[in-house]
Design a protein around this ligand. Structure first.
Ligand SMILES: *Cc1c(COP(=O)(O)O)cnc(C)c1O
Length: 492
């Protein structure tokens, strides 16, 4: 099979393999790595119907990570998608009324980030070995809540790696915060920052392009990489479940082979939905990708008007993992829509300077948004009708889809990408179901939700409120760089 190469969205000429791109995380010019061309599937949709998750993952990933041998790739896949998942389908498709939910929250941290972060440490270790990287890899991660924990779980005690996570002090749910600050593993480090997710992500991205800091730490035996969805090693594994959703719909008799379907995706950093775009361009029959936003509806406005404008207030909502104004992966879509790195570079410069840019990305996506009120009502209504409990992010997608369907009249079969277990946001989910739960203790809420949903509290968060707190640093956003340096020079 021919080798697929990756290059920066911002024009640097260098072409590198997937493995090298995974180790680097981000390109030296600040751009993101994109495939030179999007590969086409070489299996038929009808063959796909018999693949289990691992086999499908192999068939898809081998087209992207072409520099790994079959053994290497299958080892990574088999180590990732195993009993860590509490459902043997890994990513089951579940129906409620006429809606189909692709549940991506059956991994160790009960959010969809596990789909990619269970495999990323294996991909990274394999890639480091193949590329002759002998330094320890330091994973720097900015999180809006879910990536942090999933990355910590994935990299904890992985030899040759360290992981440092920054989360917004007041921008994550009680369960999310507790999951992170009780993280075990001698190579893990977690700090709260006084600022929001965008502040954290911007500071972390700056470190990746800070040449003097990088060379100083290289002398001490460290190289940086990223577990955020700017890393192509995060995106590639996410493509798999779009194919898997399709295969489950056919096998359930809900569509015929070859029918086109829609996906509605609750979107923050634009990684998940971009994986859907790659799936479509690799050959999956997808009609529309519907981008769902919460009150931070920069993307909705962008798809409606062509203008990306971050000059607005950052709103803290009940779907914190989508509280993002600067969606990094949109840069990749801009690139694919024009294949012109100079144009992308200019837009990104305008984004950091004037805080806005305009761009024509065609009309493959639809967009909708749901306010906090609409999100909570959606949870309550669907529960009353069907007993199915959605988390607050999935509910943003559900409410957005309902609006989209009403406005467009589009009858295409739709899959709602379900990104978190309701347990992760139990307090808000409960008050959406019944006002009597208003103000409930966030950890009592877990037991109450168990009674109502009749789904047991997931193993990973059982008794979480009594675990020992191991990470209590709170720093200013301007201190992120010095914090990293300090931690690494102290060799903690
Ligand atoms: C990260 C996350 C999202 C947003 O995904 P992106 O890839 O950042 O667009 C949505 N829901 C949940 C629960 C998440 O953790």
């Amino acid at each position: 099979m021919s080798q697929l190469y990756f290059k920066s969205t911002r024009g640097a000429e260098e072409k590198i393999t997937a493995g090298a791109a995974i180790v680097r995380g981000i390109a030296p010019d600040g751009g993101l790595y994109v495939p030179e061309q999007i590969p086409q599937i070489d299996f038929t949709l009808s063959d796909m119907l018999s693949y289990d998750y691992r086999e499908l993952a192999y068939r898809v990933l081998r087209l992207i990570i072409t520099d790994f041998s079959e053994d290497e790739l299958r080892n990574c896949i088999n180590s990732a998608y195993d009993e860590k998942f509490d459902n043997k389908l890994i990513a089951p498709l579940v129906s409620a009324k006429e809606h189909n939910f692709l549940e991506l929250f059956h991994g160790r941290t009960i959010a969809f980030k596990d789909m990619a972060l269970s495999i990323l440490p294996y991909l990274m270790k394999t890639a480091a070995k193949k590329n002759g990287v002998n330094e320890d890899i330091v994973i720097l991660t900015a999180t809006s809540g879910d990536t942090g924990k999933a990355a910590l779980e994935g990299f904890a005690d992985v030899p040759g790696t360290k992981i440092i996570v920054f989360y917004p002090e007041t921008g994550v749910s009680d369960v999310q915060k507790r999951q992170m600050i009780t993280q075990k593993g001698a190579n893990t480090c977690v700090a709260a920052i006084k600022g929001n997710f965008d502040d954290a992500q911007t500071a972390v991205k700056k470190i990746f392009t800070n040449e003097s800091l990088k060379s100083e730490l290289k002398q001490r035996g460290y190289v940086f990489s990223s577990a955020n969805s700017i890393n192509i090693g995060r995106l590639a594994p996410q493509i798999v479940y779009y194919f898997y959703a399709y295969s489950q719909l056919v096998n359930a008799g809900k569509i015929k082979l070859g029918d086109k379907i829609n996906f509605t995706v609750p979107t923050g950093n634009f990684g998940d939905i971009l994986a859907g775009y790659y799936a479509k361009h690799m050959g999956l029959p997808v009609e529309r990708l519907i981008c769902a936003s919460n009150d931070n509806k920069v993307l909705f406005d962008f798809f409606k008007t062509g203008k990306y404008d971050v000059k607005r207030d950052f709103i803290v909502t009940v779907s914190p993992s989508m509280d993002i104004l600067i969606s990094s992966n949109l840069e990749r879509l801009l690139y694919h829509s024009c294949n012109d790195a100079a144009k992308v570079k200019e837009a990104m410069e305008r984004l950091s300077g004037e805080k806005e840019y305009t761009f024509d990305i065609g009309n493959e996506f639809s967009a909708e948004f749901a306010t906090v009120e609409e999100t909570l009502s959606a949870i309550g209504e669907l529960f009353k009708e069907t007993g199915y409990v959605m988390d607050t992010h999935t509910a943003v997608a559900y409410a957005s889809y309902v609006k989209y369907a009403a406005e467009s009249g589009d009858k295409t079969i739709n899959v709602i990408v379900s990104t978190a277990s309701p347990y992760k946001f139990a307090k808000d989910v409960l008050r959406a179901i019944d006002k009597k739960y208003e103000g409930i203790d966030p950890f009592k809420a877990l037991d109450e939700l168990e009674k109502i949903s009749k789904i047991p509290v997931p193993e990973p968060i059982k008794g979480i409120n009594t675990r020992q707190i191991l990470h209590s640093a709170v720093i200013d956003r301007t201190q992120i760089e010095s914090f990293v340096k300090e931690r690494l020079t102290q060799n903690v």
